[in-house]
Write a protein that binds this ligand. Sequence first.
Ligand SMILES: [Zn+2]
Ligand SMILES: [Zn+2]
Length: 392
Amino acid sequence: MDAAVIAANAAISAVTAEAENAAARQPTAATAAVLRARGAPYALEAVTLAAPGPGQVLVEIRACGICHTDVGVQNYEQGLPLPQVLGHEGAGIVRAIGEGVGNVDIGDHVVLSYASCGHCGNCTDDHPQYCSDFMLLNYAGLLSDGRVPMQAAGGAVYGGFFGQSSFATHAIAYARNTVKIPPDLDFALAAPFGCGMQTGAGTVYNSLAPRAGQSLAVFGTGSVGLAALMAAVDSGCSPVIAVDINQERIDLALQLGASHGILSDPSRLAADLRAILPTGVDFIVDTTGIAAIIRAGTEALASRGQLAVLAVTPPGTEVSINPNLLLGGKSIRGAVEGDADPQVFIPELIERHRAGRFPHDRLVTTYPFSAINEAVADMRAGRVIKPVLVMD
Ligand SMILES: [Zn+2]
Ligand SMILES: [Zn+2]
């Protein structure tokens, strides 16, 4: 083919792609799991999803993990408007892009993470997880341009949860929280990278950054705790100690590389940790949010030790500590989303997974989308660690 024909063909395919995008950039018929009342089960409903606007991406969702934050919002008043579609660990295929979206294209396989503005002080300082508009962009129930994202037979349905609302066959996300993934990666394994795996692993790799040979304990071995534990093992931490109230979880933690497991009793926890490490633990990751457990952690820290708290605790939770416990250069800090920029960190986690260094597939149990209420019940009962819904 000569150059003129090649150029003509390229021009035709560009025009065709733009025409396809324009056709796809319309309101979309979708099925969504709608939460209509606090504590109610999800109901699968037909909805119409708004057309993606500037900076927005229409994603056909193929899998979505369930996170404890979804369960919290489903069951406890947190100020989110109802009815709403939750779900914030979506993975799928880009079907349309709005004006100005340059990082993904139609047909790309993607995972969705939390939304951030990109221009506040923390966003420009490479900490989008502490975006000044985090609540507005992730919890307001609307798209960032103020539109209501969905309509159902009963009227408006709120969404935009974590910049997505992925308990649905389709979602609108933003360029900044849509991360391209390899096309051969299983959507069910990709989805949990968007929140739970990023939160646990990022706390170790990014927030605490232990050196090989330093000690680390994880309090609570759910999906976030086990993600932290796998990252600690991968970082060469020693010993790596798993603390839980469930022996099966401790057994799994040991299989994933923990050197020690402790069945927790808050009154004995600090002593149990000091029996393993008489000078204290260098790093502790708390995923329980239980005051007595966090307090025991402060009693078990080594000099210059750090305790990271990750759980959203029920209103009224308070931890009393003796401030003298923090002398010796010790600190307690919080962390959101593993201090991770998803565009950078999720590709790194995928590489680690593929190299066998982050075997989070051991935590995943898949369910058909229609079994969402059963999946939530199984997670709450501790029967599964990371349920992932798979859309057909
Ligand atoms: Zn920001
Ligand atoms: Zn989450």
